[in-house]
Design a protein around this ligand. Sequence first.
Ligand SMILES: C[S@@+](CC[C@H](N)C(=O)[O-])C[C@H]1O[C@@H](n2cnc3c(N)ncnc32)[C@H](O)[C@@H]1O
Length: 328
Amino acid sequence: MRAFIELSGEHPTLPRAEALAALASERVEVRTASFDNQVLRIDAVGPVERAVHRLGLAHLVSEELVSGDFDAIRAFAQESDLHGRTFRVRSRGLGIDLDPLALEGPLGADFGRTGEVDLDQPAVDYRLLVGEEFFLGRVIHRVDRARLEATKVAHRSFSLPISLHPKFARALVNLAQVPMAGTVLDPFCGTGGVLLEAAAIGLRPIGLDRDRRMVVGCRSSLREARAEDRLGMADAGQLPLRAGSVHGIATDPPYGRAASTRGESIKSLYRRAFRAVRDLMPSGAHVAIVLPNEAMIDLSSEPLELIETHALRVHRSLVRHFCVFVSS
Ligand SMILES: C[S@@+](CC[C@H](N)C(=O)[O-])C[C@H]1O[C@@H](n2cnc3c(N)ncnc32)[C@H](O)[C@@H]1O
């Protein structure tokens, strides 16, 4: 299948990394991929639709039907037979300020010879992207950004300002490349933001935290979301789990003054925790961690092998580095 994914512009590299990781999690073989203007275009074999349902940092995903100049797109539309089904055409300029009506009008007329326009709930939702080339696709997934906003920590029953925004928690989970129905562990689960996103995309979450208050609050949030609540109170340096029982890790450990480490330096905590992670994880498993600075990335790279990092500036004194490691 050829497809194009319209990524969100929230970060220059993280949305693309999330999309490629989600595809890899579902064992989709990406034969070619190109990226321009926040659009990832792929030629891939496997369950693309299932994989893109996981995404947080994207807007629309379309199966690509035809590309070329506008004449090629119109020829495709004129040859299509919608057998009376309803459709709509929506266009978007990539780096150009497009007059949508100039393109949607003629294309709508072409498809309208065999179909009927429905702007609200069409059976076929066409998407036209216009950059150096024209791409016409059929929308196969629309990321529910409103839901990702609605589950922001401030709207949950147990809430503390330590939680990542759900869309970034979702991206972190995807970077862990856990296959469908696999188990993902957050050893610093806090209020459960990462676990909620793991559950939302069909993974089995396990959460641990040293603070009992977090475990209790996190359990109520997971129950509220009707998600599995396999939680425990534990120190991240001594993980009470059987080796190999987890497929991937996604976690946002404490990174400084605001989060409590009970007086332990984060250097010491990270060293203990990531050794425990290495001992738990099967070789080749992905470990996605948000780290506060380069020094902590270097330290974490001792027990684990670093494969990618994406720095996200939150405010002047806080940069979150979304890092992906593999266990050896
Ligand atoms: C940045 S918060 C996690 C935020 C989380 N992603 C959320 O959605 O709320 C870090 C968490 O690590 C926990 N923590 C600190 N030291 C720990 C340790 N040694 N073992 C396990 N958890 C620890 C804290 O209690 C806190 O809940």
